[in-house]
Write a protein that binds this ligand. Sequence first.
Ligand code: GRG
Length: 296
Amino acid sequence: MTPAELNRWIKRTRVLVEKSLRTSVPAAKTKPATIHRAMRYSLLSGGKRLRPLLCCAASEACGGTAREALPAACAVEMVHAYSLIHDDLPCMDDDDLRRGKPTSHIVFGEGMAVLAGDALLTESFGVLAKAAPRARHSAADLVAELARAAGSRGLIAGQVADLEAEGRKPSEPALYFIHAAKTGMLLRASLKLGAMCGGATGAQLKALDRFGFALGLAFQIQDDILDATQSAKKLGKTAGKDAVSGKMTFPALYGLGKSQTLAAQWTDDAVASLKPFGARGKTLRALAALILRRDR
Ligand code: GRG
């Protein structure tokens, strides 16, 4: 797939996703209006929409369509939006800038930001339950998959390890665990849910899980590199924060040069796991390459 073809695919798919996201949460005027305004503020505030794109591309790789994957694509983006709202809270990472805008608690207050995150997480399961996956998988299978990824052995486990690691000496196993859980679990779920909507076989799900694990690490290493090298203006969030708050990151453990090598190696590993998809894996392959060369 050429870069121009990928750009066209992303543009087309983002239009579908944005439209679908707007109707996935109640209208801003729905009572109580404050919570719905807060949910929409964070969910519809831009972002790369990487997880929905992976979800739609996975459906296509398995013979389905992007449209069939939209409920899953919206559900994973809603979980992502919740995690960002809560991660930015004063009791977590304490950040006032996200996607170039003030964070939820700055605009709506801490209590409302907690509730907006809670509501997005809860509603995501309702959105996902409306998916009509092909014969091999049920809506209940999809819901169970998302619950696993978002729960105390997934995203939350990563956040717990991250909190407990602050200020501690960086170690390779701890770093891999944090990144695989915090970032990797939702990327893997995005791919697997999209694939299930597209009627994936067990072997295809296994290959995509491997792809998602490796891609999650490549994505997070690149994220650590960008935090250390880019401006807040470019990133739309506070830059250089990892070093200031003593976060366990790849550049902290290995330096920038080795981190770049590792990001490229994990991308190669990810792409290798797409072999069983042949030509149908072309969009996922191109997205993996894009993730490695992104600058925000
Ligand atoms: C449940 C509080 C809580 C946290 C769970 C996911 C997570 C753990 C915290 C969110 C913050 C964070 C640094 C996550 C790591 C993954 C990551 C780099 C998220 C940013 O994702 P992008 O770059 O963001 O896809 P956009 O804005 O483009 O959607």
